[in-house]
Design a protein around this ligand. Sequence first.
Ligand SMILES: Cc1ncc(C[n+]2csc(CCOP(=O)(O)OP(=O)(O)O)c2C)c(N)n1
Ligand SMILES: [Mg+2]
Length: 796
Amino acid sequence: MADTVETLRELEKKILWLASWTIHNANHLRETSDGLKVGGHQASSASLATIMTALYLDVLKPADRVAVKPHASPIFHAIQYLLGRQTRERLEAFRGYKGAQSYPSRTKDLDDVDFSTGSVGLGVAQTLFSSLTQDYVRAHGWGLDRPEGRMVALVGDAELDEGNIFEALLEGWKQGLRKCWWIIDYNRQSLDAVVREGLWERYEQLFKNFGWDVVILKYGSLQQAAFKEPGGDKLRQWIDRCPNPLYSALVFAGGAAWRKRLNDEIGDQGDVSRLIAKRSDEELAALMNNLAGHDLPSLLEAFHAADSERPTCFIAYTVKGFGLPFAGHKDNHAGLMTPAQMETFRQAMAVRPGHEWDKFEGLALPPAQLQDFLDRVPFAAGSARRLKGREIAVPADLAVSFQATTSTQTGFGALLNELGRTDSDFARRIVTTSPDVTVSTNLGAWVNRRGLFAREAMADTFKSEHIPSTFNWEFSPKGQHIELGIAEMNLFILLSALGLSHSINGERLLPIGTLYDPFIARGLDALNYACYQDARFILVATPSGITLAGEGGAHQSIAEPLIGLAQDGLAAFEPAYVDELAVILRWAFAYIQKDGDASPSERNWLRDETGGAVYLRLSTRPVEQIERKMTGELAQQIVDGAYWLRKPGPNAQVVVAYTGAIAPEAIEAIGLMAEDRRDVGLLAVTSADRLNAGWTAAQRARERGLVHARSHIERLLAEVPPHCGIVSVLDGHPATLAWLGAVAGHRTRALGVEHFGQTGSLAELYRHYGVDANSIVAAAQAIAPGKPIRHLKALP
Ligand SMILES: Cc1ncc(C[n+]2csc(CCOP(=O)(O)OP(=O)(O)O)c2C)c(N)n1
Ligand SMILES: [Mg+2]
């Protein structure tokens, strides 16, 4: 143990040096090249240096997974560098093009980041849901040959202000969370300032209330020893009473300031005066700075003693900027060491110019001994940390029978019900989840068949009491639906965890999450986070839009189609018909499993080989279905984003392009115009997102010399005469389709919803927002002038 501590101390010094140098060096390079200086987070990193040294170089095992506080990324990269998993080139390019990332990134960093962080709070919750996911996988009998991992989050104390953390805590309690450690970097500083007094007490109570163990790491071993000296109890009382800002200020001011303050306040009390007096300024500062979060013996003891099964919160007292000249200063968050300070630091670390990147430069222990220690670090013993789940074969098509008039939401329920009947490997890998809207998003039939997941079985009381109920609500370890509380943030973070299971647990899941479309906005940052991590899932958002008529503005989504269009890593669809949905859903199951790197297809210019998550925007509106045979060509076009429901003739004057549940209005409008406008075309757009992405990519390809590159929408619109107008329409923001006019220069009028809806009948609302058949005709008349359209009624 003593040997280990000594070696770790040396390596911690090196880690702090490397992290600080990484930041300084990158800033220095930037300053000279573009005059920009960026916040370096040297202080925020230093705060976690000791804890991360203890964890990565001693405590953690290969199966453990960590979400590192965003601003501790330089420390993380420095540790990986020492372990031979990060390159000097990337550290030199820190925060620069293709360099090590400012915040740990699963997708952009090469040194095996387990969970991305950046938007504070999300990575923390991700560890909790990853632990539940691990339980889910193992309860289903998968991955049992691998050791279980602990899911660890390194949390900033101000990060705990983020509400999503508490939403997750509540869910974790409900689901019987285990194997999860949150280590709070209690430096009592946030970005702007010093945090409130006594927060640790609130945290302690709070975590205990949610069934966690709480370990408070306050006094380091030097302090503990000093407390045993005569007068030590007085010192301890003073430390306990000292307000956070004062403690921080004294840490910054150093030994002489400590002495003055301590003497002023408790110096006339005999024993404690001697305790203070017998220490030099330097020793006194070392004693007062010796909080447990910077004390390797205390940390190692606590981490090794903690129960790995139980969810455990460690509150570790630290000093922001520990070991650096601005330690403790409240303005230090984005503070950078000046070149002069860096020079002093270099000398203190005994690093010769030109040897800044040498692994063991300036350390007292022999390099061979240090390297030998690093070679035996348990965390680094495993092979690749990125696992690969086996691909799950998807059936050639998803069969479903549906009524002549039905909605996409009903169709979705029917499709899952069908899947629920089958006992294939494919059906077993599906896991559904919903934030308290399981039944109202039509997952009920599926859940009846597959059951709810819980680590311990729980009978449905209504069933056991023989009270008739439509839904069987039985929990068991074999269940395939994870029922969540209402918090949408939790839905997305759980999807993020389930959707990374192939990589984290080596076992692929096919996750489907359902929620009401407008409430995507509630969890949007978590959705973005899940996509940034490249998690794979299918999001089914239903119902949607003003088509919800009676529900009013608070339930009617407007902007979501634009989210679908703009969100990276998420392919968005809004089908109108159930046969389209069946095609898209089948495709989605395959798409979420892809992670190849083939170049974009010449057909649609999309990077389908790389895969991603999928968003399906569905509706409760029953729509008369089209009786047709699903040909391979039609299915392909549905997936590519659009097809001609009615091809425009060579002299077409108007094309109506519609998306989703508004299809009947578009069809009706075509009928109303038929007598007075020639060859009217009807374009069914199943994915504005994919059409738009393909179009952008094809243009870029042409600009780079691939003159024959054509996207799907360009090919479709090539058949439309130049003077033809396009009226686009959807139950969502009109900008979603407004760009269609730019593809080939057609005059376009984009209809849709721009303002908060209200209650009313469907007909009233469609008329009010101008997306009814008559409004489509009026728009057509305006952009494709000709003889008056006889069926057009005067608009109010
Ligand atoms: C959602 C979100 N809001 C704001 C920020 C900007 N931000 C980054 S760090 C930080 C404060 C961090 O304080 P703390 O968690 O205590 O970390 P410390 O730097 O003290 O270790 C803020 C506000 C962010 N990254 N994410
Ligand atoms: Mg802090």
